[in-house]
Design a protein around this ligand. Structure first.
Ligand code: SF4
Ligand code: SF4
Length: 388
């Protein structure tokens, strides 16, 4: 945001999503709340919250722990997995330290096998994620896994999870998602009054925080954004090329990509990833006869590249392109993430043929060694956008 504009979340942690969220979770822990670590967007947060616990995201985005991880893991593995494992190997992950149990899912091979290496550190439950989301069995099997997770949590924490509480959490999530989407609607404005960093601050905290705690914050953010619009305050320049970023989760050291886009004159108006808007997409069916089946449907609808076919990602991109009106689409693929890398070809065809938008795939990791190379490619991409 331009100098002099009050940060959207003015709590002294603007731009420091991890620190803010860690502080929030530590306070929850001090109040006696249990913390459950998660590694993926498929973790059914509503079941964790229905038990009165708070979820802590354990996926890591820091280069500093990769070297330690590579003493055990292969170097040609996705940096997200290496960084996450490296934090545990060096015993330096504060989120893991306060987690009393861990939920893992069989998404990609690297993560799945990494979980075996850490399974003795904390009570862990590995959920067998169906990967053909359109099959009826997928819905049934994932519902069973969610119910088994409930059993694991009940046994581990010696506490019953009431179905009514799960239903209540479904409704809370829907309220939170609606509010969060109100914020995203501001990003859809031209020019946009909100920066990607501000969106990231909110989406990161929103995974850990309860709806009750988020409602006041999100409503205050909406009021601030309305004021910014009324005052003619916007991010970037009025005619900055608008960028939709899709692909792998991007946080921490990988946010170099966002910084490069903005330094090259673009504005990121949409983040289609698990560290962006994906966690707040879709509504969960309410008042059904089986809230676990309702959760199963919602989570299976998440368009991750570990699913096949992953046509939902194309459908979601259609909606996002219509809503956020990007001038270009950038697909960020982490090194050695084969599923997103292979899928990138389909995304390119879809974006360039159906939507006639310029497209760029960036393969990167958490190091800074490729910053100048990425900058050259992003600048060349943005130069293709006609002046408005
Ligand atoms: S990209 Fe896929 S595997 Fe990674 S966190 Fe998201 S849903 Fe899970
Ligand atoms: S970015 Fe790709 S390889 Fe890395 S953990 Fe996620 S799905 Fe797996």
């Amino acid at each position: 945001m331009k100098a002099g504009v009050e940060p959207l979340v003015n709590d002294g942690f603007a731009g420091e999503a991890t620190k803010r969220t860690l502080g929030y979770l530590q306070k929850q822990r001090e109040k006696g709340k249990n913390i459950v670590g998660i590694y993926c967007g498929y973790a059914p947060l509503e079941v964790i919250r229905a038990m009165g616990a708070a979820p802590a995201v354990l996926c890591a985005f820091a280069n500093k722990t990769i070297e330690a991880a590579e003493m055990v893991l292969p170097a040609n593995l996705c940096p997200l997995i290496k960084s996450s494992y490296g934090f545990l190997k060096t015993d330096t992950c504060p989120f893991f330290a306060i987690s009393e149990a861990v939920i893992a899912e069989t998404t990609c091979d690297g993560k799945k096998k990494m979980f075996e290496l850490i399974s003795d550190l904390k009570p862990m439950y590995v959920m067998d994620l169906p990967q053909l989301p359109d099959e009826k069995e997928a819905l049934d099997n994932w519902t069973v896994m969610i119910k088994k997770l409930k059993g694991f949590l009940e046994t581990t924490f010696n506490r019953k999870i009431d179905d009514k509480e799960v239903e209540k959490e479904i409704k809370e999530t829907n309220i939170k998602n609606k509010l969060m989407n109100k914020i995203f609607d501001f990003a859809a404005l031209t020019p946009t009054p909100v920066s990607w960093l501000e969106l990231y601050d909110l989406t990161y905290l929103g995974q850990a925080a309860t709806t009750k705690d988020m409602i006041a914050l999100l409503n205050a953010c909406v009021a601030k954004l309305e004021q910014r619009v009324a005052d003619g305050v916007y991010h970037g320049e009025k005619d900055s090329p608008r960028v939709l970023v899709t692909g792998c989760p991007v946080g921490g050291d990988a946010t170099k990509v966002f910084k490069i886009i903005e330094e090259a004159g673009g504005v990121v108006v949409a983040l289609d990833s698990c560290t962006g808007m994906k966690a707040y997409s879709g509504m969960i069916s309410e008042n059904t006869s089986d809230p676990y089946a309702a959760l199963s449907r919602r989570y299976l609808d998440l368009p991750c590249s570990c699913m096949t076919p992953n046509n939902r990602r194309l459908a979601e991109l259609d909606k996002m392109i219509k809503r956020f009106k990007p001038d270009v689409v950038i697909d960020v693929v982490l090194h050695a993430c084969h599923s997103y890398n292979v899928e990138s070809h389909k995304i390119k065809e879809h974006v360039t043929n159906k939507h006639q938008k310029p497209f760029l795939k960036i393969e990167t990791d958490y190091s800074q060694s490729d910053v100048e190379q990425i900058r050259t490619r992003v600048e060349a991409l943005l130069e293709t956008v006609p002046k408005k």
